[in-house]
Design a protein around this ligand. Structure first.
Ligand SMILES: Cc1cc2nc3c(=O)[nH]c(=O)nc-3n(C[C@H](O)[C@H](O)[C@H](O)COP(=O)(O)OP(=O)(O)OC[C@H]3O[C@@H](n4cnc5c(N)ncnc54)[C@H](O)[C@@H]3O)c2cc1C
Length: 624
């Protein structure tokens, strides 16, 4: 086997696949080292991609040339646009996948990528020289040399799985834990901590009485994630909803004395926003029932995922409790729910490129950085892979601002904030979310992806076509006037009648009117739905967007205020003690970043502004 690579990616989960494909497509000889060649981008938990804010991440990954959107378009069996009745800024695509077919498609993507070699082995250490990564040590194959490496080990580092009193070392059910890599990274100067997450039981489809469940239908016309997918014609399936009851909760409580969560056996913090069922009934004891979604894992797969019932309670309790749910009286569990505790590396050890501060050309991405979720992992993997390849080419780094992408928000939050639970993306984390919509990710990012060499011709042509159409509608049509006769005959009873001709750009501000209907009065040109809705959104929400653009400009001005690298924050006594320590650890690049570090208050920023001004004057007088 070849033992020399430009870039080695450790782990072929969602982060690893994106990192490896990006780096290989950017011309780097890449090795993707993973425990099992047949488990690439495996969905370890919920067989679904997207959802609120996460859907936006997938669209951004796709606009930059990543693969997640394409894979889910090929394997999705239940597509739904969430919040479709609300405004575009809060809509998010989500799709259930055929879990096996998702992984199968991911394997095909890896195999079809030029410059990419998948190596089945366990990475147990890294080697460095003069503070720079030089090799990755594998359990079976020994050392592979590299110029850069991306670690995307997910939940596998010293992973331990818990079900009741059973405790098994494992990265995922059925997979080995990884020993040695944490210790090797710690030797190289990193510090690690523990987190936990959990998964619900999978039950046999034929043991559910679907007649007692509520049906959740997919969208009539599935909307693809990827800008390169024209449409989706695969058969779509239903999901089903059931509810727990007081009886279910009573049975679950019977298992509390064997719960690793309540007995303190699990030390790592879990995601508060995605609690286990035992956590839910404990924290919200007044709630008489909780909703559970029964989500099929595939067309030819009898396993059904019980979303909302994540648990590490003993197996007998899981089964008894589920059988109290109407529709699940005879349910058979195929795989028990469990919790997994694992090592992660607090991400304030990283730069915005996801390169570590400690070791040059070494990058961390995905759940190893304390995040949770496939989409968060994939986004980081893509950015780490891109930056590793750019660095080897001595090109400028690729960093996205908070104002241009959820990916920018994700990475900025990771490296600046303190994380005591797994981080997942929410729309509320993005202060400029009116601009960061799922439907405009191409307009925001595709030219960047194309410049990196990652966006294919087909998607880029579609994007250019959309941009041209948007331009034509704005330049030609928005300023045209609609005559009262035409308008009043069409919209009588729906909208206030016109007394005199009015421009489309003014009429479209009326909430009840659709741009597509107004355009019919002035043009016969057929515009794409995407182009029309982009123009419509901007016209309808012009006032809000203008305010947001002003905020972005203000944000950018603060981001431009660079902080010299050599500042010793410990010597700035006017800063609070906490701010001194945090600033010294993170070493922000600019005032904006400094203001977002957990523990740095407004008063500290004022001190810093005065200090930097003095520092700048001293610097200037030194030079003159
Ligand atoms: C039990 C469980 C429950 C979860 N629940 C949720 C949830 O409810 N909601 C949610 O959003 N997310 C959940 N997740 C998280 C989600 O699965 C992960 O966030 C996502 O898969 C992380 O992607 P990743 O690429 O970082 O790592 P993973 O998908 O875990 O992939 C890691 C990869 O690295 C490989 N690997 C690891 N170490 C080595 C090594 N040393 N050498 C070679 N290969 C290595 C593994 O084989 C694997 O292929 C859950 C995860 C688990 C395990």
């Amino acid at each position: 086997m070849n033992t020399r690579f430009d870039i080695i990616v450790i782990g072929a989960g969602h982060a690893g696949l994106e990192a490896a494909v990006a780096s290989a497509r950017m011309g780097k000889k890449t090795a993707l080292v993973t425990l099992n060649k047949n488990k690439i981008a495996l969905m370890s938990c919920n067989p679904a991609i997207g959802g609120l804010a996460k859907g936006q991440l997938v669209k951004e990954i796709d606009a930059l040339g990543g693969v997640m959107g394409k894979i889910i378009d090929e394997s999705g069996i239940h597509f739904k646009m969430l919040n479709s009745s609300k405004g575009p800024a809060v809509q998010s695509p989500r799709a259930q996948a055929d879990r096996k077919y998702y992984a199968f498609t991911a394997i095909r993507f890896a195999q079809e990528t030029t410059n990419l070699t998948v190596v089945e082995d366990m990475a147990v250490g890294v080697k460095t020289k003069n503070g720079k990564i030089t090799a990755v040590t594998l359990l079976k194959n020994g050392d592979l040399s590299c110029q850069a490496a991306v670690v995307t080990a997910g939940t596998f580092l010293n992973g331990v799985i818990f079900t009741g009193l059973h405790r098994v070392p494992a990265g995922l059910a059925g997979d080995l834990p990884v020993k040695g890599l944490t210790e090797s990274l710690e030797k190289a100067g990193f510090f690690s901590a523990r987190l936990k997450t959990g998964t619900p039981p999978r039950v046999h489809r034929d043991t559910i009485d679907f007649s007692k469940t509520e049906i959740q239908e997919p969208d009539m016309v599935p909307v693809p994630f990827s800008y390169s997918t024209d449409s989706i014609h695969r058969k779509q399936v239903n999901c089903h909803i059931v509810y727990t009851s007081e009886t279910t909760h009573e049975i679950l409580r019977l298992g509390f004395d064997r719960s690793p969560l309540f007995m303190g056996t699990i030390q790592g913090a879990g995601p508060r926003y995605c609690p286990s069922i035992e956590d839910k009934i404990n924290r919200f004891s007044d709630k008489p029932r909780h909703q559970l979604f029964l989500e099929p894992e595939g067309y030819n797969n009898v396993e059904v995922y019980v979303n909302g019932f994540s648990t590490s309670l003993p197996g007998d309790i899981q089964e008894r409790a589920l059988r109290t749910v109407s529709g699940l009286e005879k349910v058979k569990i195929l795989r028990l729910g469990y919790a997994v505790e694992y090592d992660f590396f607090p991400p304030n050890q990283l730069q915005h490129t996801l390169e570590t501060k400690q070791v040059k050309n070494l990058y961390f991405a995905g759940q190893i950085n304390g995040t949770s979720g496939y989409e968060e992992a994939a986004a980081q993997g893509l950015m780490a892979g891109i930056n590793a390849a750019l660095k080897l080419d001595k090109k400028e780094r690729f960093v996205l601002e908070r104002s241009e992408a959820y990916i920018g928000v994700l990475i900025d939050d990771l490296i600046n904030k303190t994380h005591d639970e797994p981080y997942r993306m929410f729309t509320s984390r993005a202060e400029f979310r009116l601009m960061l919509r799922q439907d405009n990710a191409d307009l925001r990012l595709m030219e960047k992806g194309r410049a990196l060499g990652l966006v294919e011709e087909k998607a880029f042509n579609k994007y250019q076509n959309k941009k041209e159409q948007i331009h034509r509608i704005r330049a030609k049509d928005l300023g045209r006037r609609i005559q009262p006769a035409w308008f009043n005959s069409r919209f009588a009873g729906k909208s206030t009648a016109l007394q005199q001709a009015q421009k489309i750009k003014d009429l479209v501000k009326r909430p009840e009117l659709k741009l597509i209907d107004l355009l019919a009065a002035v043009t016969e040109e057929t515009y794409s739905e995407a182009a029309v809705s982009e123009v419509e959104y901007n016209a309808k929400y012009e006032g809000y967007l203008k305010r947001q653009l002003e905020q972005i400009e203000k944000f950018k001005r603060v981001e431009k205020k660079k902080i010299p690298e050599e500042i010793n924050y410990r010597e700035i006594k006017a800063l609070s003690v906490e701010a001194r320590e945090k600033l010294q650890a993170v070493r922000p690049e600019n005032l904006g970043q400094a203001s977002r570090i957990s523990g740095v208050r407004n008063a500290d920023i004022s001190v810093l502004v005065v200090f930097l001004e003095k520092y700048r004057r001293m610097d200037v007088s030194r030079e003159t």
